[in-house]
Design a binder for this molecule. Sequence first.
Ligand code: GLA
Ligand code: ZN
Length: 679
Amino acid sequence: MVMTGKADKILFGGDYNPEQWDEAVWEEDMRLFKLAHIDTVTLNVFSWAALQPDENTYDFAKLDKILDRVEANGLKVCMATSTAAHPAWMARKYPDVLRTEHNGMRRKFGSRHNSCPNSPTYRKYAAALAGKLAERYRNRESIAAWHVANEYGGECYCENCEKAFRSWLKEKYGTLEELNRVWDTAFWGHTFYDWEEVVVPNLQSEEFYWEGSIRTNFQGISLDYRRFNSDSMLECYRLEQEAVKKYTPHIPVTTNLMGFYKPLDYQKWAQNMDFISWDNYPAYGALPEQAAMTHDLMRGLKQGMPFALMEQTPSVSNWHTYCALKRPGVMRLWSYQAVAHGSDTVMFFQMRRSIGACEKYHGALIDHAGHEHTRVFREMETLGAELEKLGGVLPGGRTKAKAAIVMDWDNWWAAEYSAGPSRLINYTEELLTYYKAFYRLNIPVDMISVEDDLSGYQLVAAPMLYMCKGGFDEKLRQFVAAGGHFLTSYFSGYVEEHDLVVTGGYPARLRDILGIWVEESDALPEGNKNCFSYNGIRYPASVMCDLLHLEGAEALGAYGEDFYAGYPALTAHDFGKGKAYYVATRSDEAFYKELIGQVCEGAGIRPLMDAPERIEVTVRENGNGVFLFLLNHGEDTEEVMLPAAGEELLTGIRYGAGEKIVMEKKDVAILKMDGWTER
Ligand code: GLA
Ligand code: ZN
């Protein structure tokens, strides 16, 4: 369960900042919340300066009142700890709380997410505040979850961090000799003779801008700094978590994550969180499959446990380049998309639009007009009523997937730090390419980490597994030997966990499983293409073309052009009872759909059902039954033929097997199926 209390419905609400308003407004808020069927509010996200006006004073009077008010109105509270922005007095008195940027610039007070994660002052006072809040509100039954800080993120390169980095390295590597080995410091005469010689990798040292992104001369150093920075922030989270758990061990603790957020290794974070929550802000024009993949990534962080959609905007995000409105129906559609992928909440930023500073034009339930007679309010009210009507039938539902895609933060960092082979190397884009194919085929997929158990899957895809770390190859070997199907792509298996090349021929530790040897790789400049044939159709090859030898695998397609025409571009290898596929290049959507379709068929995985192209299909099941979600992301009315009989829960209409359900554009159907058999 994502929050405490009875899971009697999908929770509906979001960030509420009454401290920005007079009390007279609070009463009106309560009226409007009731109208919109709001049941949960996230309080106290940015109130540190109010709660602690100076070093020795804490003042909870206003928050007490706010809590009294929301409790009197029967609302659940997701209680934030307010530590994502430190007070101005703290920055003045203890400048060690301030961050230093990548270019070495020391910041002054300002903005938010502004504290150095290794500042002793920040750690001490953040944990103290969290503890005081928990102590004070330990008996408030309205508190359903702790929301630590807010969207942890960014990096710091200050002296605190430099010192802490050295300790982190000492702890990890023990000796300078080992440090020199894993960083390959014999290159460019970097040998370290004293830990104090190690400095943070930033623009002042190893890193530089290259074609719009940050590059590094020493991948090993930069990679470790990313790990260290993620660990440092995680430590801040853990300190606060510990502080609140001391008083309220029964209340689950979370922090709002941000999907594919590169700086933090969420798979490591998740092990320390009671439940996952995240903020979904797709850019205008983003594809529904991007959000779908991100929801699946968030669900995968805790092995399929339901998560919380902590924030999304009801209408606009003020910080996009063009703050386009969510079209009618889209907010509802995307809310159900989150639920369809495993969320047990539909929450928003924010309940009431502020009047000042940079978020005054961000969407809200209650607009500056101040009343309920707006399109956005009406849409939220309708959704709120629906969720109330649905009641407790959906929460706790799990997704059953027989296919998984591997996502690994270390690999993301390493692959994209890699100097060469191509500027077009893009890990998450590669993942999306594969994900899309499953999505279009209506085949559910889990996004998993290299630590997860593979034995429940029939197919594991790990595209662009540049870094194959810590025994993952052995796990794959056993998985395939036992009958599993495995799929990977170009730029895989090059390095181990320190980004040191595994010599002896690519893809090194994956070579025996795949039955190939990649001798060379040709990076094709943007716009250049080769081609290959597969199942009699010619597909484009771009980005990279591996020149590989078969070592037991068979070629399923070969390049059509250049000096390596005739070399395999796609291979399959029978290994033990299973099969391992290798895609030696990058191709187009049609190819991946064809390939994934065939690989799934070979692995005994069938689509959930057939549906028109723009209809998204997912299934969640719990003790109440099997629920089929149909989401029309398109611009047209669609007819969807149902594979089995069931009751549509939003309309109460019953459909027989083979009957068609008509879906208007942006519409949603949730069917409780009578006899859903495992496909
Ligand atoms: C983030 C933050 C919120 C708010 C919204 C605006 O998700 O967590 O505090 O700034 O963005 O989109
Ligand atoms: Zn710092």
